[in-house]
Structures are given as structure tokens and as C-alpha cells.
Ligand binder design. Structure first.
Ligand SMILES: C[S@@+](CC[C@H](N)C(=O)[O-])C[C@H]1O[C@@H](n2cnc3c(N)ncnc32)[C@H](O)[C@@H]1O
Length: 288
């Protein structure tokens, strides 16, 4: 096969990615082509139908990109970009690639913030990584003031870059541990959102993209996965005013343990929320 047309290269890429165990190889093949040629996925499909050819340069770059993806490097590390809600974020080694399920968790935080009767409601994102949650809130609730903390210096470089990219000038960033963050805001915050590390240390993810490329600090939360969540509960209780809302993402089997942990810390109206697949993936609670 001579992969010189877009259609030819796409078929070749689908075969290579299928062999490598990529779950939906057509999507990755078309996104890789689109990234290199500078086209949307729909445009790639259209050019494939009309027999468009690849330049020798694009073919070389694509061949290298395909090899990286076949070695199970995350697509987002190869393109350098991840879509999250309305944002295009820069991502790469050192930072957690934001996931679609977090878009729904972010919606809960945005809805809670929009309901606050204040001209400048305050939100905090604990463990912000790429800034996916923080910058979505900041740009979708532009009258809000958002504070975000990240512990990893490597991840924090991406947070800073994404603040520039998204133009979220109402977001304030801190490099540090969430347990000690933002004492100056104690008792004033309306919404705290967090997608903390919550995988138990011995539950190593199967997908190489996650296991080998997401930072360990972003994934693991100690023996039961709840170590960082315990800190999130304490920090959020300190930051929020009475009636303030905590929005927390977690693993689908952790909802009961997290509800118990939060109630023991004095939270009220603890509620579990399902994702679009019916899994218990988020918990909200009110500061008493
Ligand atoms: C699962 S990732 C989520 C990143 C981002 N919020 C998102 O939803 O895509 C968890 C993040 O929390 C950070 N983190 C872990 N422990 C932390 C701590 N004690 N203080 C601050 N950040 C922490 C990790 O470095 C990582 O960026």
C-alpha cells in the first residue's frame, strides 16, 4: 500500500493502531492527520473522499506521529492539545490530561457558582493540573474570581501556560500543597471544586497512556485512594462560608466511603451524582 493520499494513510494508520490495541483507531488516525495537515476531523474525512494527497513533509511527520501513538503515547501529548468544555488546553509530559467526565463535574461547580447572589462569586480549584476546571469556571462565569492550587512544579508550568492561552485573567494561581493553600480566603469562598488523585496505590491502571504518561502525583491517593480527599475535605471546610458548596470528583466505587468521610467532617446535604454512564463519579456537600 502506498500511503500517499489522506485516505491511504488513514487506512494504514487504522491498521497500525488496531494492532497496537487503540480502542477507536479511526478517531485517532483522523485526529493525527488533522493535527499534522491543519484540518478538522470533518475536513480530513472530506479530503479523504476527494482523493487529496499528502506532501512528502506531512507524510514524514505523520509517520513519526503514528509510531508514537502506536507506542501508546497519549494522543494529546502528540498533538500538544486537549479539548475540555469550550477550552483548548496545552498538555504534555508532567501534567494530567483532562478527561470528559470532569466536564460534567465542572458543570455542577459552574451551576452552583452561577446561583450565588454576588457580583463577584469566589471559586477555588484544589489540584488544578492543566487548569481545566479553574479556567472553565473563570471563562464561563466571567464575573467570578477563581483561585487554583497545584503541587507539582512540572504541572504548574502547564497551568501557567493555559492561563495565558485561555485569557482567564480572573484566575489566580498558586504553586503549593492544597492542605495549606489560600488561608487568606478562609470563610469567604462560595464553591470549592476538586478532581484530586483518588486511585488506590495498588490499583495500577491498565491503559499505558495513563500508567506511563499521567504523573503519579495526579493518579494515586494512598492505600484506599482517599488520602488527598481527606485533605480536600479539611481545606474546603476551612475555605467555604456556611452554605458554600464542595464539588468533588472520585472513583465510581468510592461514593459511600466519601459520603461517610464528609459527614464525619461536619458536611451536610451530602449527595452523590452519576455520570452519563450511570456511574457514581461526583459528590457534592454543603458547609454547615
Ligand atoms: C487527577 S489530577 C486533576 C487535574 C485537573 N484538575 C483535571 O481535572 O484535569 C489531580 C491534580 O492534583 C494535583 N495534586 C495532587 N496532590 C496535591 C496536593 N496535595 N496539593 C495540590 N495539588 C495536588 C496533581 O499534581 C494533579 O495535577
Amino acid at each position: 500500500m502506498n500511503p500517499v493520499t489522506i485516505a491511504g494513510f488513514r487506512d494504514h494508520a487504522v491498521a497500525v493502531l488496531t494492532e497496537a490495541g487503540i480502542p477507536i483507531p479511526e478517531v485517532d488516525a483522523e485526529l493525527l492527520i488533522g493535527h499534522v495537515v491543519g484540518l478538522s476531523r470533518g475536513e480530513v474525512q472530506a479530503r479523504a473522499i476527494t482523493g487529496a494527497q499528502l506532501s512528502a513533509h506531512d507524510l514524514r511527520v505523520l509517520t513519526e506521529a503514528l509510531e508514537r501513538r502506536a507506542a501508546r503515547e497519549p494522543l494529546q501529548h502528540i498533538t500538544g492539545r486537549a479539548w475540555f468544555r469550550a477550552l483548548e488546553l496545552a498538555v504534555g509530559p508532567g501534567v494530567f490530561v483532562p478527561r470528559p467526565e470532569t466536564e460534567q463535574v465542572t458543570q455542577i461547580a459552574i451551576d452552583a457558582l452561577r446561583a450565588v447572589p454576588s457580583a463577584a462569586p469566589i471559586a477555588v480549584d484544589l489540584g488544578t493540573g492543566s487548569g481545566a476546571i479553574a479556567f472553565s469556571i473563570a471563562t464561563e462565569v466571567p464575573q467570578s474570581v477563581v483561585y487554583a492550587v497545584e503541587k507539582s512544579p512540572d504541572a504548574f508550568r502547564w497551568t501557567q501556560q493555559n492561563r495565558e492561552l485561555t485569557g482567564a485573567s480572573n484566575a489566580h494561581l498558586l504553586l503549593g500543597d492544597l492542605a495549606d493553600a489560600f488561608h487568606e480566603l478562609d470563610g469567604t469562598v462560595d464553591v470549592v471544586a476538586s478532581n484530586p488523585p483518588y486511585i488506590p496505590s495498588d490499583a495500577v491502571p491498565r491503559d499505558p497512556e495513563v500508567r506511563l504518561h499521567d504523573p503519579e502525583l495526579a493518579l494515586y491517593g494512598g492505600d484506599d485512594g482517599l488520602d488527598v480527599i481527606r485533605h480536600v475535605s479539611k481545606t474546603a471546610a476551612r475555605l467555604l462560608h456556611p452554605g458554600g458548596v464542595l464539588v468533588l470528583e472520585h472513583g465510581e466505587l468510592q461514593a459511600v466511603a466519601i459520603a461517610a468521610l464528609l459527614r464525619a467532617d461536619g458536611w451536610v446535604a451530602v449527595a452523590t451524582h452519576r455520570d452519563l454512564l450511570g456511574r457514581d463519579r461526583a459528590t457534592t456537600a454543603l458547609k454547615h
